[in-house]
Design a protein around this ligand. Structure first.
Ligand code: NDP
Length: 255
């Protein structure tokens, strides 16, 4: 078997959970992992959509892809989901805690429900998923967790203060949990995407997207697949000595 053939199925036999896998970066990540033979469990709040997306990816890549309803803001549901997944598949080897929410407004204008939605989804939801996955991974003394940070969590963004704060928390969570969980054989890393063309930025006018990306090093908006490939690298054995890192996937936006 050649190296390239081995690499083509590098995730064979590995169980990967992708939260928010129905759309955007999460969906592209589920696809990238399935492409290399992973058994993928993707989640979204809408069960029918999750099952439909999973069936499409299973047919496309010829591997097991399951779709489940999961609201990451419901901690009891999150715990039951990870326990049930480990029972059904025997393990959880990778978690991509991708589910996220964004509401733009100047800090003085930000509505309470939007503050709660972002903090509950991006911070508490990410923590709860990481915690539940880590408990399962500890039994096998191995696992890889990838969180979704953002460049705005590091450099700030006017009109996105609360979203930036939530992503700054993800950056801090990545570094601290990498230190805690390394001794259990679990790696924790994050990607910090720049501007990626998904539903999340659907309300940002095209000219704003173009202006913000025109003077980046690569001069274009990112695709979900650009981020998915970086996440897959962090999930896999090519990154087995990488932990606590925030990998920028931004086309050089922060340079
Ligand atoms: P999308 O809006 O395209 O997708 C978001 C996903 O998260 C959907 O699958 C959605 O599922 C899921 N989701 C939202 N809230 C919940 C919840 N409470 N419980 C479970 N699932 C939920 O966003 P992107 O793909 O763009 O974003 C993915 C991640 O990347 C997010 O964490 C985002 O903050 C981050 N990111 C994105 C950037 C960008 O430019 N696009 C830049 C930097 C970071 P459903 O609604 O179907 O339930």
């Amino acid at each position: 078997m050649t190296d390239s053939v081995t690499r083509d199925r590098a995730f064979e036999g590995r169980i990967c959970v992708v939260t928010g896998g129905t759309r955007g970066i999460g969906h592209a990540t589920a696809s990238a992992l399935a492409e290399q033979g992973a058994t993928v469990v993707l989640t979204g709040r809408d069960e029918a959509a999750a099952k439909e997306r999973a069936a499409e990816l299973a047919a496309q890549h010829g591997t097991v892809v399951a779709g489940h309803a999961l609201d990451v803001t419901d901690s009891a549901q999150v715990r039951a989901f990870f326990t049930g997944t480990a029972r059904e598949y025997g393990a959880v080897d990778c978690l991509v805690a991708n589910a996220g929410a964004m509401e733009d407004a100047l800090v003085g204008m930000m509505r309470d429900e939007h503050i709660s939605r972002m903090l509950d989804t991006n911070v508490v939801g990410t923590i709860t998923c990481l915690q539940a996955a880590a408990r399962v991974m500890m039994r096998k003394r191995t696992g890889s967790i990838v969180l979704l940070a953002s460049i705005v969590g590091e450099r700030g963004s006017a009109g996105q203060s609360v979203y930036a704060a939530s992503k700054g928390a993800v950056t801090a969570l990545t570094k601290s949990t990498a230190k805690e969980l390394g001794r259990h054989g679990i790696r924790v890393n994050a990607v910090a995407p720049g501007m990626i063309r998904t539903d999340l930025i659907a309300n940002v006018p095209d000219e704003v997207v173009e202006r913000r990306t025109a003077d980046t090093a690569l001069g274009r908006v990112g695709t979900p697949e650009d981020v998915a490939r970086a996440i897959r690298f962090l999930c896999g054995t090519d990154a087995e000595f990488v932990t606590g890192q925030i990998l920028g996937v931004d086309g050089g936006m922060v340079l």
